[in-house]
Design a protein around this ligand. Structure first.
Ligand SMILES: Cc1ncc(COP(=O)(O)O)c(C=O)c1O
Length: 436
């Protein structure tokens, strides 16, 4: 039976469906820094879609690569077969990773990358004769997607409250400390000691039970939580000391967001595994990847009996159209120097963001690379309402921002110019005066 309501059938992800469908806002077109809604209104993209279209929208070389490949070979399996684009893209991705992380497993999303990374960590511990190491450690306020692995190690209450995750998971404390670090540019000064909690977990559980630790170098989805000075290196040191695999979830931070191809490379801390997605294909075709250290790869592959070494994969791992999009995207990043943009514009960006200090409701502003988090004081008894209203007001006034809890997160395409920065923060400043 057909319903009259054209919005009824699509059960929207991470959306208040009833509220949305009562007042829908729909996008219809995109180009470079802009979206247009179905009524033709211009909307400046302050969030690269969803932290993903880092080179801006509908870029011609990516569009051409996609259409050409779709017409040449729309699909080709990578189970027991292969095609040149997948090998080529893996090589190109490997070249961008920190030294040693040069074995690449393809997935289709960040969630799949996370589950893949966790499985590889468990697999390598087993291959090394460390089969008792099954415990996974995440962090409060971490977001690692929506697979059962990701929600287990993630630290978002609503993601965990509803579903029982994997057994044997524990969490580090988050690093968000407004009392000591509010209104910081770049890395906050306080909080390196929070990494020492890993030593406490080692003492509590025994290192011989712990397979891996996963953290986002900078937590994006829970509101731009930037690591304190020295924190990531300390985690690295403790993991190394105890034989624990360190996974950086770089689904947001990879591909130029904080400068360089990865936060690991830019910030000089090398994990054992890096997960990525989003910027890899500029989001033009879904794709994720996991970069694994050669040692881990070799230990899993060379210690296995004949046959399939890692019993894992997706029908669309290394999908030809996604690979073509990925290759064209990496070319664009290189040719347009987009990984340098965070350096070139970072100071202007940070000054513009921090110029909002003193506007109504703001209790923190934090910036790094081309990311900003603007934290609002929650309305009493109505958490997240104020930021949601600001998100709607921005959209209705031609600016796309992201609201997460009471935090407004900004992560524009890396092709932006100073005038876009002025427009973004100018609008937010004005609209903050207008909401209560
Ligand atoms: C750090 C991190 N990991 C994993 C994911 C999940 O990615 P996806 O939505 O592509 O599954 C996200 C999504 O925002 C993320 O930010």
């Amino acid at each position: 039976m057909r319903e009259n309501d054209p919005l009824a059938a699509f059960w929207m992800p991470f959306t208040a469906n009833r509220a949305y469908k009562a007042l829908p806002r729909q996008l219809a077109a995109a180009k470079d820094m802009l979206y247009w809604d179905v009524a033709g209104n211009r909307i400046l993209d302050g969030t690269s879609g969803l932290w993903c279209s880092n080179a801006g929208h509908c870029r011609a070389p990516i569009v051409e690569a996609i259409s050409k490949t779709a017409a040449t070979m729309d699909f080709g399996p990578t189970f027991q077969l292969g095609h040149p684009l997948a090998f080529e893209l893996a090589t190109r991705v490997a070249e961008l990773m920190p030294d040693g992380l040069d074995r690449i497993f393809f997935t289709n999303s960040g969630s799949e990358s996370v589950d893949t990374a966790l499985k590889i960590a468990l697999a390598v511990q087993r291959s090394r004769g460390q089969g008792t190491r099954t415990r996974l450690i995440g962090r409060e306020r971490g977001y690692h997607g929506t697979g059962f692995g990701g929600i287990s190690v993630g630290g978002i209450v609503n993601n965990r409250r509803w579903w029982q995750g994997l057994p044997g998971v524990d969490h580090l404390p988050h690093t968000h400390d407004l009392a000591r670090n509010a209104f910081t540019k770049d890395f906050p000064a306080h909080g390196v000691e929070l990494a020492d909690d890993l030593e406490r977990l080692v003492t509590l559980h025994g290192a011989e039970t712990i397979a891996a630790v996963i953290v986002e170098p900078m937590a994006g989805s829970t509101g731009v939580l930037i690591p304190p000075v020295g924190y990531l290196q300390r985690l690295r040191d403790i993991c190394t000391k105890h034989g624990i695999i360190l996974i950086f979830d770089e689904v947001i931070t990879a591909y130029g967001r904080v400068g360089g191809a990865t936060a690991a490379g830019t910030w000089g801390v090398t994990p054992d595994i890096i997960t990525m997605a989003k910027g890899l294909t500029n989001a033009a075709v879904p794709m994720g990847a996991v970069a694994v250290s050669r040692t881990i790869h070799d230990d899993v592959v060379n210690n296995a009996a004949d046959g399939i070494e890692l019993f894992h994969g997706y029908t669309y791992s290394g999908h030809p159209v996604a690979c073509a999009a990925g290759l064209a995207t990496l070319d664009l990043y290189r040719d347009e120097g987009l990984f340098d943009k965070a350096d070139e514009l970072g100071a202007y960006w940070a000054d513009a963001a921090h110029s909002l200090r003193g506007k109504p409701h703001i209790i923190d502003i934090r910036t790094i690379g081309l990311v900003a988090g603007i934290e609002l004081e929650p309305r009493p008894g109505a958490p997240a309402k104020r930021a949601t209203e600001l998100f709607h007001a921005c959209f209705d006034n031609g600016l796309l921002v992201r609201a997460t809890g009471d935090i407004i997160a900004l992560s524009p395409p890396l092709i932006l110019e100073k005038a876009h920065i002025d427009e973004m923060f100018g609008k937010i400043g004005e609209l903050l005066e207008a909401i209560d």
